[in-house]
Write a protein that binds this ligand. Sequence first.
Ligand code: FEO
Length: 391
Amino acid sequence: MKKIVVSNKVYYVGTNDRKKSLFENNWPLPNGVSYNSYVIADQKCALIDTLEFGSKDDYLEVIEDILQGRELDYLIVNHMEPDHSSMIGWIIRKHPNVKIVANHKAFKMLDAFYGIPSESILEVKDGDELNLGYHKLKFVLTPWVHWPETMMTYDTTDQILFSCDAFGSFGTLDGGIFDDEINFSFYEDEMRRYYSNIVGKYSHMVQKAFAKLQGIPIKFICPSHGPVWRSNPSKAIELYDKWSRHESEDGVVIVFASMYGNTEKMADYVARLISERGVKNIRVYDVSKTHVSFILNDIWKYKSVILGSSAYNAGMHPMMQHLCNELEVLNPKNKNYALFGSYSWSGGGLKSLVAFAEKMEWIQTASPVELIGSPSESKMEGFAQIANTII
Ligand code: FEO
């Protein structure tokens, strides 16, 4: 295979995973995902992060083809989640003298996951440097982007940021590896979905990482998933900054859980009212049909959310409960919201939604609408107020 050169002596040695259905056994991968790993073949040779175990059967050969018989001196572990670390054992077996480079928070995990004792690890602290010859690496600790031990590696020579999960994306790299080789409109959606599903919970830590990186010139961003940025890295930074500040676009996401169609009719009714008021970005989702991964992505994207549930065992529908649980964990902020529900005897769906919404620091724009039985025009008058105020 042709070598994929990022910059002087820096090579992309990642792979595509088109087999896995669920990332972390939770998030759908209709477009797959890439695991990115990089070799720097300098006077000293370094590998930056590995891949998910078994995702690339010729991984070692590809690395050997670049090293041309030389030893790997360093394996830099930016992040211990197994989608990047679970080939460490293979690397050690092939290169028994390789020095693992990690920060202290990774030590316990390296031992717990792979039985690697701390004595054999080269510890790096925030701002420490490692001279490979031409390339000089600097380590930037960025805890909780995505796990507590996460760090980034910055090459001060060619100004490359090996950012691990940050700036990553779902979606395989289908021929195009670099930002100037792809149609980014496809990846923007998958990048935001990755952000909202995986990293978004830690948005305040992303902002802390940005503060640390402030003023550092970045020519390349080499993340551990998705496209490598070499032409317009400021685009990736701009998007991440926006998402981690919880800035959103004008639009409404209406999500309903409906057992027999009555709550769905309410969702369609309010969607139409909002459309009549000139709003163009309206998405209506059946939470029992569309995986929460995609709904969360749109909730992160748009400013306003309307949630509706039928009553179910005196609470909200279980599928809506699942979405609410994820929203509570991932915690998108600065949302306008409204609620609705339906019931057959004593209710409970709307009451549970109200209890959920009180835990979020969102802005309620209008009173909820609740009705018994099947919807009719007269039972849904309250939706006018929601439609008038939600944007
Ligand atoms: Fe791509 Fe947090 O691992």
